[in-house]
Design a protein around this ligand. Structure first.
Ligand code: KE4
Length: 424
C-alpha cells in the first residue's frame, strides 16, 4: 500500500505527517490517503484509486483539477522565470480583475494565504481606527492568526480565551467571540464596547462549521452597527469569494464590507491570499501609508497567472447557475438516500457549497452544528472514501462542486454514495 508507506515516511519529517492538521484524518479515523493526480472532477491516490472529488482543495478549484488554460499559463510563465522579487506585470492584471469583480474593492494587496489576508486586514482595521478590540463569531475560522484563533469566553459578549497554547491571554482577550446569526449578542457587544471595537470579521456564509447561512438581518445588522460605531466590517470571503457569484457573498447579499479578504479560488490552486477595500482605507498600507505588511513571494508570477486565468473564466463564463443546479441535484440525491435509510440529517446548501449534518436540528450556528453525530459522520466519510467519493475529512467543513463536475459525475457520485450507505 503506497499510501501507507508514504504516510509512514511523512510521519518522520512532518508533524502528524502533514502540512495542515485536517489532512491527517484525525476527525474521521482510518488511514489518510496521499493524492498524486487530479483531472477535472476526479483525483487519484498513491495506490491508483480514483475518487470523485467533492473537496476541490477546500474550494480553491472551482474550475476542477488542472484546467488546460490555467496549466498552460503557468507552464508558459515558468519558462520566463519563477519569481523576481520586484513587481511583475501579472500582479497588475490580477489586481485589475479583482477590482473589476468585487464590488467593494478599489485597491487590493496580494499575500500568500488566507491567514495572511485576515491577519493583515485586522492589523489594518486596528491601525485605521486606532482601536484594539476585534469581534469574531464562534465556529468561523479565519486562519491561524493569534487574534483570530480565539475561543468564546464564558458568557456572551465576553472576552476570548486562547484557542491554542502559544497565544498569550493578553492577546486573546482583545477578541470578543459571539454566536453566529445572533443579532442580540452583537448589539450587546456594541452597547458595551462599541467605541473600542476596531472591526468585526465574519464569514458572510460560514464554511468552517459546515455551511451555515446568514439569517436575513444578520449581515445587515453587522453593517449598520459597525457603521454607527466607527468600526470596520471585514468580510472573510476566502471561501465565498468568486464562489457564491463572481462578486462573492457581498454581491449575492448586496452588503458592502469595508475590507474583503480573499484566497483559494483567487489563486486557482496556487498560494494566493488578498485583502482589499476602498482607497481611503487601503492607502494606509505601506509604502503608501504607515501600516506595515510585506511578503517575499507576494504577487508571485505563477500564482498571479493561475489566478488571472481562473477569474477570467469565471467573469466571462459565469458558470454559477449550472454549478448551483448540480449542487442542488447532489444535495437532493444525498438527502433521498439518507431518508430511505431513516438517518436523521440536515443539509445546508448555498450556491456550490453544502454540508450534510447528521442531526435533525436546523443548523444555524456552531451550537446547533455541534449537535451533529460526528461518529456517524466519520463512518459516512470512510464508507464514501471506500466507494470512491472524497468529501472533506471533517463534519465541520463544506463540500464543493466544480465547473468540471458534469451531470454524469453527480449521478455516479450518488450511485457510489448509495452503495456506501448500504454498507453503513
Ligand atoms: P489559509 O491560510 O488556510 O490559506 O486560509 C485560512 C482561511 C481563512 N478564511 C477562511 C474562511 C477559510 O476557510 C480559511 C481556510 N480554510 C480551511 C478549511 N476550510 C483550510 C483547510 C486547512 O486548514 O487545511
Amino acid at each position: 500500500m503506497k499510501n501507507e508507506k508514504l504516510f509512514k515516511e511523512a510521519l518522520q519529517y512532518l508533524p502528524g505527517g502533514v502540512n495542515s492538521p485536517v489532512r491527517a484524518f484525525k476527525a474521521v479515523g482510518g488511514k489518510p490517503i496521499i493524492l498524486t493526480k487530479g483531472r477535472k472532477s476526479r483525483v487519484w491516490d498513491a495506490d491508483g484509486n480514483e475518487y470523485i472529488d467533492l473537496l476541490a482543495s477546500w474550494g480553491a478549484l472551482i474550475l476542477g483539477h488542472a484546467p488546460k488554460k490555467v496549466v498552460k499559463a503557468v507552464q508558459d510563465e515558468a519558462e520566463r522565470g519563477l519569481s523576481f522579487g520586484l513587481t511583475n506585470p501579472h500582479e497588475i492584471t490580477l489586481a485589475r480583475l479583482v477590482v473589476e469583480m468585487v464590488p467593494s474593492v478599489e485597491k487590493v494587496r496580494f499575500v500568500n494565504s488566507g491567514t495572511e489576508a485576515t491577519m493583515s486586514a485586522v492589523r489594518l482595521a486596528r491601525g485605521v481606527t486606532g482601536r484594539k478590540l476585534v469581534v469574531k463569531f464562534e465556529g468561523c475560522y479565519h486562519g491561524h492568526y493569534d487574534s483570530l484563533l480565539v475561543s468564546a469566553g464564558s458568557g456572551v459578549a465576553t472576552f476570548g480565551i486562547p484557542g491554542t497554547p502559544g497565544i498569550p491571554e493578553e492577546i486573546a482577550k482583545l477578541t470578543i467571540v459571539l454566536p453566529y446569526n445572533n443579532v442580540d449578542a452583537v448589539r450587546e457587544a456594541f452597547e458595551k464596547y462599541g467605541k473600542d471595537i476596531a472591526c468585526v470579521i465574519v464569514e458572510p456564509v460560514a464554511g468552517n462549521m459546515g455551511v451555515v447561512i446568514p439569517e436575513k438581518e444578520f449581515l445587515k445588522e453587522l453593517r449598520r452597527l459597525t457603521k454607527e460605531n466607527g468600526s470596520l466590517l471585514i468580510f472573510d470571503e476566502v471561501i465565498t469569494g468568486f464562489r457564491l457569484s463572481k462578486g462573492g457573498a457581498q454581491e449575492r447579499f448586496g452588503i458592502e464590507p469595508d475590507i474583503t479578504c480573499l484566497g483559494k479560488i483567487l489563486g486557482g490552486g496556487l498560494p494566493v491570499g488578498a485583502y482589499g477595500g476602498r482607497r481611503e482605507i487601503m492607502d494606509r498600507v505601506a509604502p503608501e501609508g504607515d501600516i506595515y505588511q510585506a511578503g517575499t513571494l507576494a504577487g508571485n508570477p505563477l500564482a498571479m497567472v493561475a489566478g488571472t486565468e481562473t477569474l477570467k473564466e469565471l467573469r466571462d463564463k459565469e458558470p454559477y447557475p449550472e454549478l448551483e443546479a448540480k449542487t442542488k441535484k447532489l444535495a437532493v440525491g444525498v438527502s433521498k438516500i439518507l431518508e430511505e435509510k431513516g438517518i436523521p440529517h440536515t443539509i445546508n446548501r448555498i450556491a456550490s457549497m453544502m454540508t450534510v449534518f447528521f442531526t435533525d436540528k436546523e443548523v444555524k450556528d456552531f451550537e446547533t452544528a455541534k449537535s451533529s453525530d460526528t461518529e456517524l459522520f466519520a463512518k459516512f466519510f470512510r464508507a464514501l472514501l471506500e466507494e470512491g467519493v472524497l468529501i472533506p475529512p471533517s463534519q465541520f467543513e463544506a463540500w464543493f462542486l466544480t465547473a468540471a463536475h458534469e451531470d454524469e459525475d453527480i449521478d455516479e457520485a450518488l450511485d457510489r454514495i448509495r452503495q456506501a450507505i448500504k454498507k453503513l
